[in-house]
Design a protein around this ligand. Structure first.
Ligand code: GLU
Length: 293
């Protein structure tokens, strides 16, 4: 088989079961991958134990499977990658591409909210301390495949030096997500619109490790009212695997993808196949939020 130029992924944090909003994100990344004849991978982002729920990884994986969304490769757990993150940080510190920072959130807020680089000139060795990557800020905009050109002004906090290890010792999401997307050969990132503000920082970090940046596309968020994202944090209810077909049809109707009665009668895999064909015709999201009642 020829090598595929498309590798996508869904990368949930195991902070709770899959809900309708996260199913929609999983489904959009899956449909986009399959519409490009690509691979679709699942990665469990379990590097923040205080935010995690016991066995949520299994629950998420079982739900994905029940909804016909199966990873094309073995699932990668970020918790198996801690030694790698550690050695990358050590290397960045040695090369002075990163530095230790002891500033508190309150100090940064008092300085105007954007980190002013207070610790960047001092060679701190103190621990506990956070570690920040010297952001070259050479990328200030990108073309989001669904939302168009996204540009930052130099004053925005996405252009501050990027925390890659937190003061509590935990590895930062921005570092782990970039290293693992590179490790897994991800070429296309399709994820929720709530992560759009992290993208430019991640690109500035990514280009340090690899010149081949991925294609980004951010999909609409399900909200209960404007600005109120359905999320594990606000206890959006877990999806019921017994109603997988209905759940997928509901997500597709929210995305304005209509499915024929014949496919509905045939079941989940026919529905997913028809959805992939619709996706190939082109997809347009009228807004960054979809209100569900
Ligand atoms: N783990 C992140 C989350 O669950 C998503 C990371 C990503 O898609 O880049 O919000």
């Amino acid at each position: 088989m020829p090598a595929t130029p498309y590798v996508g992924r869904f990368a949930p944090s195991p902070s709770g079961p899959l809900h309708l909003g996260s199913l929609l994100t999983a489904l959009t990344s899956y449909l986009d991958a399959k519409a490009h004849q690509g691979l679709w991978l699942v990665r469990i982002e379990d590097i923040d134990p205080p935010r995690e729920q016991l066995n949520a990884d299994r629950t998420i994986i079982d739900s994905l499977k029940a909804h016909g969304l199966i990873s094309d490769k073995p699932i990668l757990y970020q918790s198996t990658r801690l030694a790698h993150y550690h050695s990358v940080i050590e290397r960045l510190l040695e090369q002075d591409q990163a530095y230790r920072c002891i500033c508190t959130r309150a100090q940064i807020k008092a300085a105007g909210g954007k980190y002013p680089g207070t610790c960047s000139m001092t060679k701190l060795t103190t621990t506990p301390s956070a570690v920040r990557y010297r952001n070259p800020c050479s990328i200030t905009q990108f073309n989001d495949r669904f939302s168009g050109l996204i540009t930052l002004s130099e004053h925005e906090f996405e252009l501050e030096d990027i925390t890659i290890q937190r003061k509590d010792g935990l590895f930062a999401y921005n570092l782990a997500v970039v290293l693992d997307d590179i490790e897994q050969g991800i070429t296309h990132i399709v994820r929720g619109f709530d992560l759009l503000p992290t993208t430019i920082a991640q690109m500035n970090l990514w280009q340090y490790f690899s010149p081949q940046l991925p294609d980004y596309a951010h999909t609409p968020l399900l909200v209960s009212s404007p600005g109120q994202k359905l999320s594990k944090q606000n206890h959006a209810s877990a999806i019921d695997n017994q109603h997988a077909l209905d759940n997928v049809l509901l997500c597709l109707s929210l995305l304005k993808i209509s499915i024929s009665e014949a496919s509905k009668q045939q079941g989940l895999s026919a529905v997913l196949q028809e959805a992939v064909a619709c996706w190939q015709q082109g997809i347009h999201f009228p807004s960054h939020e979809i209100i569900v009642t």
